[in-house]
Design a binder for this molecule. Structure first.
Ligand code: HXC
Length: 302
């Protein structure tokens, strides 16, 4: 008797379907850093569908303009604020603008992050510092500003940090980002306890492979080396950005009101994959098509 082959995970419900009851976030606003593009925008859109007003924060005016249009198309109210999350004064200004437009956001999505693949030995000091500064320091500074305002007002709130599974496994080819994301996951656990008594929940969310049109060329090039991304996943399919959005809305909603200090992985179990046999090791330099390390070719000291 013929048996059918493995089929993996079924496709998710279509884009436009909300995962939670209509109006779950009515009367609330949500600030999403890096919310103008990619996964940050996918998250923003799911909050918008559930009644939230959105505040998109980004360094890029172009991203803000296009992202705001996408959110507005759902019928939600949205403002766009220029913000470099490394700069505490920018963050203060962003929350002031948010407050003025909609009242203080009840949800902060720390999504903005810096990243590019590089062998660790090729990273310049400034490249290392830049990624850690945006990804880890920026996440902390936004969380701090958000929590301080809620602590003063005595209002409950939710913070969600977008992390990465290499926070736990290490990330060959991404030493800077992996180290920073490890800090981001650790902050979830620390801040959840510190701010719990004030009614502020802090969780993390790890996306798996969810290709989208706004991935950087570096990351896209890496993915393009694999002809069929679906078969490389235990789920036999890649994820859809909306699947991250649904998880984000749940974790930030009253239905997750007793969930704090938790980092949820939405990656079809890809990060837990191990081989029964040991495939040969291919160095990161080789995987990236780089020749032998030459200090003269790497980034300048700075
Ligand atoms: C080597 C690089 C580099 C690259 C920047 N630098 N890009 N080095 N390879 N591709 C170095 C620069 O030479 C400089 O060092 C330092 O980094 C700072 O660069 P700037 O351009 O001055 O900084 P800035 O504009 O502030 O930031 C650049 C950036 C940022 C870090 C690349 O624009 C960025 O991260 N963009 C991508 C955002 C993104 O897609 N985030 C989501 C990632 S997804 P020197 O020494 O020359 O001064 C994710 C999840 C994991 O993180 C995904 C796993 C696959």
């Amino acid at each position: 008797m013929a048996t059918s082959g493995p089929t993996g995970f079924p496709a998710p419900p279509p884009l436009g379907v909300a995962a939670l009851p209509a109006g779950t976030f009515d009367g609330n606003s949500v600030l999403v850093t890096g919310g103008g593009t990619g996964l940050g925008l996918a998250i923003a859109v799911e909050f918008a569908r559930l009644g939230a007003s959105l505040v998109l924060a980004s360094r890029s005016d172009e991203h803000l303009t296009t992202g705001a249009e996408v959110v507005r198309a759902t019928g939600a109210e949205v403002i766009a604020v220029g913000c470099d999350i490394r700069e505490p004064t920018d963050i203060t200004r962003a929350f002031d603008s948010a407050n003025e437009a909609f009242g203080m956001p009840s949800v902060l999505i720390n999504n903005a992050a810096a990243n590019f693949p590089s062998p660790a030995e090729d990273l310049s000091p400034n490249a290392w510092r830049t990624v850690v500064d945006i990804t880890l320091n920026g996440t902390f500074l936004c969380s701090r500003e958000f929590a301080r305002r809620h602590l003063v007002a005595g209002t409950p709130a939710s913070i969600l940090n977008v992390a990465a599974s290499y926070a736990w496994t290490g990330g060959p080819g991404f030493a800077h980002s992996a180290a920073a994301k490890a800090g981001v996951v650790n902050l979830v656990e620390t801040l959840a306890v510190e701010w719990g008594p004030a009614g502020i929940r802090v969780n993390g969310l790890v996306p798996g492979l969810m290709p989208h049109g706004e991935m950087t060329a570096d990351i896209r090039d890496n993915l393009d080396r694999t002809p069929n991304l679906d078969v490389c996943q235990p789920a036999l399919r890649v994820g859809e950005p909306r699947e991250l959005g649904w998880a984000a809305t749940f974790l930030s909603s009253p239905y997750a009101g007793f969930v704090s200090g938790h980092t949820m992985v939405v990656d079809g179990a890809n990060w837990q994959r191990r081989y029964l046999t040991s495939p040969p090791v291919v160095s990161i330099r080789e995987q990236m098509g780089r020749g032998k390390f030459d200090p003269c070719d790497s980034q300048p000291e700075g």
